[in-house]
Design a protein around this ligand. Structure first.
Ligand code: ATP
Length: 304
């Protein structure tokens, strides 16, 4: 079982003719509310991939539906607490040109107390995997606690913030980084190439395995001087939101089944290629059968 201590957000999406101007009251012509948050998306992706994942999260009491929808997808929600605080949520305006403006409220995602973190660690066994992102509080306490207990930590420091550099990153076994996270950790410019980023990461975090995702340029795995590149599938992307979360969930589910790195990358990349061809985040994450079909279709037939 992998334990994921992660955010659960409610995305309130309003379609508007233009983004609201200062002082203006504007009627929205469509409204949807959906499940979001990097933590929830990664748990969902792992469950859809057939992985076993237990989510540790906090939601406002009135939003139990979000917990139920994770449970229906196969996520173990025993440790998703309903609390007397507003849920983390995003108010998203999307205008007719596709431009958006977002207000994010961290809410219950930032209410973890030390006792909650200790309870998580006490419920795990040395060698278990713990997955973390950067949308919940308490990471500076949890990383040393978890490492001290012998947990294997997979960390996706998204969204990147200055506080990430202060964390004891060498405690992590596996880091999932996109371009801006890799640039933030190494101090390199966003324009830096894959090789420069990987070299700098190897120098900064020599003991960590790194999976670096670079959108349409594909993904790299690095451990010591071992490197593996997985090209992205050639598809027409309509919405890349959630591509990274899909990639991470599928990678970890494959790892949990004992797959070798090349297979983990291939599964993750196929799942993410499906996700980018669909709008939305959580709703764009494919199920395992779709990924298997895509991989079968893209495997050349054996030579006669
Ligand atoms: P996001 O924050 O949008 O969820 P991210 O920035 O964390 O994503 P990316 O590096 O953009 O992550 O993408 C993750 C993976 O998704 C890539 O390594 C690749 O496998 C796949 N992917 C992303 N964009 C494309 C694309 N245009 N075509 C095919 N695959 C893509």
């Amino acid at each position: 079982m992998l334990h994921n201590l992660g955010s659960i957000n409610l995305d309130h999406v309003y379609r508007v003719p233009h983004l609201v101007r200062p002082g203006e009251t504007l009627a929205s012509h469509d409204y949807r509310v959906g499940l979001g948050g990097k933590g929830a998306n990664q748990s969902l992706a792992m469950a859809r991939a057939g992985g076993r994942v237990c989510h540790w999260g906090r939601l406002g009491r009135q939003d139990a539906w979000a917990r139920d929808s994770l449970a229906r997808a196969g996520v173990d929600v025993t440790h998703v607490s309903l609390v007397d605080a507003p849920s983390g949520h995003a108010i998203i305006q999307v205008d007719d040109a596709g431009e958006n403006a977002i207000i994010l409220f961290r809410g219950a995602n930032h209410g973890f107390r030390r006792a909650d973190l200790e309870a998580l660690v006490a419920a795990t066994r040395p060698g278990d995997w713990l997955l973390l992102q950067n949308e919940c509080n308490g990471l500076e306490q949890l990383l040393p606690l978890a490492a001290g207990h012998g947990l294997r930590i997979a960390f996706n420091p998204a969204p990147m913030s200055e506080a990430v550099s202060e964390l004891p990153l060498p405690a992590c076994q596996l880091l999932f980084l996109n371009r801006s996270e890799a640039a933030g950790i190494t101090g390199l410019a966003l324009e830096a190439g894959a090789e420069a980023l990987l070299d700098a990461l190897a120098e900064r975090l020599p003991g960590c395995e790194v999976v670096l995702t670079l959108g349409g340029e594909g993904a790299w795995y690095q451990r010591g001087d071992q490197r593996h590149h997985q090209p992205a599938l050639a598809v027409t992307a309509v919405d890349t939101t959630g591509a990274g979360d899909t990639f991470i969930g599928y990678y970890l589910a494959a790892l949990q089944r004992g797959a070798v790195v090349a297979d983990c990358l291939a599964q993750a990349s196929a799942a993410a290629a499906l996700a980018v061809q669909r709008p939305g985040a959580a709703e764009s994450i494919p199920v395992a059968a779709e990924v298997a079909r895509l991989l079968d279709d893209s495997t050349p037939p054996p030579a006669p």
